[in-house]
Design a protein around this ligand. Structure first.
Ligand SMILES: *Cc1c(COP(=O)(O)O)cnc(C)c1O
Length: 446
């Protein structure tokens, strides 16, 4: 067993396993009533304080939360998470109000504030992130300006969209983009090799990637927050529908449920990378290799790493290769979880229909979430009366070309994406070659 700061420093256990809290706090109905309609910071502090006990004083945690979730220039003030009531009892939650217009900003921003406290003071560390797009910019923006930290983001030259590339190249300050002439796998390989290289020990390399428990805990908070905004009477059950790839977002809902949030069902929507929905339906786990390219490209994950955390919570064991060693309690999983997978044609049709029927502009990931909810409710009419919240995980302008092709008009501009180009670029091209990368790490300070 390790402490929370150790788990945050290491990211992943030395044996390749994932860290999980050994116990979870539980919030009673009284607490839920107290949080009814409360603001984001109040709920974040209440939900997270038990995890940080013995590590961060409550007053420090409060300060770090304020810094993490301070107003992002460009967005309107005081709206951390808009909820659009598009039909009776149906809500679309837009988790796009951070600096990169992605739900990943919620977790990355808090981790950036907390991580320096996991090291002795005066320490400096280097964060390496291999990214195929959204994770890199969310982590980079979150750590921009954090003292004692330098961030290097490796991205594959030919595999990121023009918008993503701009976001990555223009972060600046202590964050540098490395444009690698190779594929995402090459970027990942460079990072993995560097972590194991004894010559680089002195650099204190760390990862901040999506399997860190520090990326999961902050994602519990917004489920409590959404609940507090939507229910009429605290105590009633709600349904969440979550577009999913690596399953980290929906895992926040699962943990929230175990912490006392009245969650009736977590609906997991995927594209054709449907290893988890198939597992929920059949009990057989087959990773999809290689992953399938789909329109909702942030969910092109053939073997979601958080599947292992889900199985662990229900008494099963799944290893990092995707081998099932112990079957979890599948009927119990099916009581709380449902998974649905969709082809791109269905995703596009949903984007068009939701615009026509509800005047909602969705990008492909959010559309998968909406469709998963519809499919579920068509099958289980007993769930119809409950409030249901679909998570829209990015701003439509991040997928402007797709939205324009499908809907026939460009989505509204996104204020934070507009600002990106006004900063100078800080990017360097590198070959997908370890000696060149190592040389860069050893010689460049920022
Ligand atoms: C990362 C991402 C997802 C998938 O989230 P997971 O936590 O990996 O399930 C969904 N939508 C968007 C826009 C993303 O960037």
């Amino acid at each position: 067993m390790v402490t929370l700061p150790e788990a945050l420093r290491l990211g992943q256990a030395p044996d390749g396993g994932l860290y999980m809290p050994d116990s979870l706090p539980f919030f009673s109905g009284q607490m839920l009533a107290k949080w009814h309609q409360a603001d984001y910071l109040t709920i974040a502090e209440g939900v997270l304080a038990p995890f940080f006990e013995g590590f961060l004083e409550l007053s420090l945690l409060r300060t770090l939360l304020q810094k993490a979730y301070s107003q992002t220039p460009g967005w309107e003030e005081g709206v951390e998470l808009p909820l659009e009531n598009y039909a009776p009892q149906r809500y679309l939650a837009r988790l796009d109000r951070g600096p990169t217009a992605s739900f990943k900003d919620f977790a990355a921003r808090l981790l950036a504030q907390v991580l320096p406290y996991c090291y002795p003071s005066g320490y400096s560390l280097t964060i390496l992130v291999a990214t195929s797009g959204d994770t890199g910019s969310a982590v980079g923006e979150a750590f921009r300006g954090i003292a004692g930290v330098r961030v290097l983001i490796l991205y594959p030259e030919a595999e990121v969209s023009p918008i993503q590339q701009k976001q990555l190249d223009h972060i600046g300050q202590n964050v540098r983009a490395l444009r690698i002439s190779g594929k995402f796998d090459d970027c990942q390989q460079l990072v993995k090799t560097a972590f194991l290289d004894p010559d680089l020990q002195h650099l204190s390399l760390t990862s901040a990637n999506s399997i860190s428990i520090g990326r999961v805990l902050p994602q519990i908070v917004y489920y409590f927050y959404m609940y507090a905004q939507v229910v009429q009477v605290p105590g009633e059950e709600v349904i969440f529908a979550v577009p999913s790839g690596n399953l980290g977002n929906s895992l926040g809902a699962e943990l929230a449920r175990r912490m006392g949030l009245p969650v009736r069902k977590i609906i997991i929507g995927t594209n054709l990378n449907q290893a988890f929905p198939i597992f929920l339906a059949t009990g057989a786990y087959h990773k999809i290799q290689p992953s399938l390219p789909c329109l909702s490209n942030a969910m092109n994950v053939g073997h979601p790493s958080n599947a292992a955390r889900y199985l662990d919570l229900y008494g099963g064991i799944l290893d990092k290769e995707g081998v099932l060693y112990q079957m979890p309690d599948l009927p119990q999983m099916q009581q709380y979880l449902a998974g649905y997978a969709f082809e791109d044609a269905a995703t596009e049709a949903t984007m068009r229909r939701f615009y026509q029927e509800h005047q909602l502009i969705l990008e492909p990931h959010g559309a998968v979430g909406c469709l998963a909810l519809e499919k579920h409710l068509a099958k289980y009419s007993e769930d119809l009366p409950f409030p249901a919240i679909v998570l829209e995980t990015a701003h439509p302008a991040k997928f402007a070309q797709i939205v324009e092709r499908v809907l026939g008009f460009a989505p509204p501009a996104c204020p934070v994406l507009e600002k990106v180009n006004q900063r100078p670029a800080q990017v360097q091209a590198l070959a997908a070659n370890y000696p060149a990368f190592k040389d860069f790490l050893m010689t460049q300070d920022a």
